[in-house]
Design a protein around this ligand. Structure first.
Ligand SMILES: Cc1cc2nc3c(=O)[nH]c(=O)nc-3n(C[C@H](O)[C@H](O)[C@H](O)COP(=O)(O)O)c2cc1C
Length: 264
């Protein structure tokens, strides 16, 4: 009798647990398909919104060519003196998110890029920003109305990689922070981690992030000193930015910095 009772209890428990597992699986799969629906609806809404605002579908129709011939732009020599002091720049720097449409001159671009990653000692290749082991993992890109460029510190020049204005599709990549399309220039700091982790292992990841901070702050202070406004943007979709610039997979975007004359 007791044995029969024990068997029945076990049978009941097994059936009960199986039903529970079934219910859990059903609820889980319904929830997942719901999330998928929401996800695809959101991406559709985001695309539609961008099309309405910019007439562009974001990543479509881009022409990025890292081997564009004859598109090397030599930058003017940076100035090593200015009328504003470092202390003034530190005191005045503020995140600016509203820009006039006035383009930046080549002198101003040169100064910003030099402040970011310019070479300050020809014999060693040392730069304005410090770098762990002088391994320089950062690579900078510029988005302007007349195209996209890659900054090359050696020789202080820019290589044109696209003749298209990628600032509008950039809006979608930075969670619709629309001011990026108003700014005449967006500087994108990317990093190749391997350059630093090859020597420092996992700790190198930390070093790369610290270096992006150094580089960004140099840009922000130089912008302030030139009477320009800028803001460091960290909220963006990494893979979108990678696709936008057709970056090789090892280039990881770390910062987007719109720069321009502040709108009064
Ligand atoms: C890592 C980091 C990420 C940031 N990301 C954004 C961003 O995505 N969008 C934005 O408008 N500001 C961004 N900011 C700017 C901060 O909002 C800003 O620095 C803060 O409000 C302080 O204002 P201040 O820069 O004028 O001193 C970011 C700042 C940092 C340091």
């Amino acid at each position: 009798m007791r044995e029969k009772y024990r068997k029945n209890t076990i049978r009941f428990l097994v059936i009960f647990l199986s039903v529970l597992v079934l219910i859990f699986i059903m609820i889980f799969s319904i929830a997942c398909s719901g999330f998928e629906d929401i996800k695809s609806y959101l991406s559709y809404a985001v695309k539609e919104n961008l099309e309405m605002k910019t007439g562009s579908t974001g990543l479509d129709n881009r022409k990025i060519d890292y081997n564009m011939e004859g598109k090397e732009i030599m930058l003017p020599q940076p100035k090593l003196e200015s009328e504003s002091s470092l202390e003034e720049a530190l005191a005045k720097r503020r995140s600016i998110r509203s820009f006039s449409s006035k383009e930046l001159s080549l002198d101003e671009l040169s100064q910003l890029l030099w402040a970011a990653q310019g070479i300050t000692r020809e014999d060693t290749g040392y730069r304005t920003s410090p770098s762990a082991g002088a391994l320089y993992p950062l690579e900078l890109f510029l988005l302007k109305s007349d195209g996209a460029y890659h900054y090359v510190p050696d020789g202080h020049k820019m290589l044109k990689i696209s003749s298209e204005d990628l600032r509008l599709p950039l809006v979608q990549g930075v969670v619709f922070q629309e001011f990026v399309s108003e700014a005449p220039v967006n500087i994108i700091i990317t990093a190749i981690y391997e350059r630093t982790t090859a020597k420092y292992g996992n700790r190198g990841v930390r070093y790369v992030h610290i270096e992006a901070g150094h580089c960004c702050q140099n840009i922000l202070l130089q912008a302030t000193s030139l009477g320009l406004g800028a803001v460091p943007v960290g909220a963006f979709d990494d893979s979108y930015i990678q696709k936008l610039l057709n970056l090789p997979s090892e280039y990881q975007p770390l910062y987007v910095i719109p720069v321009g004359y502040p709108k009064d």
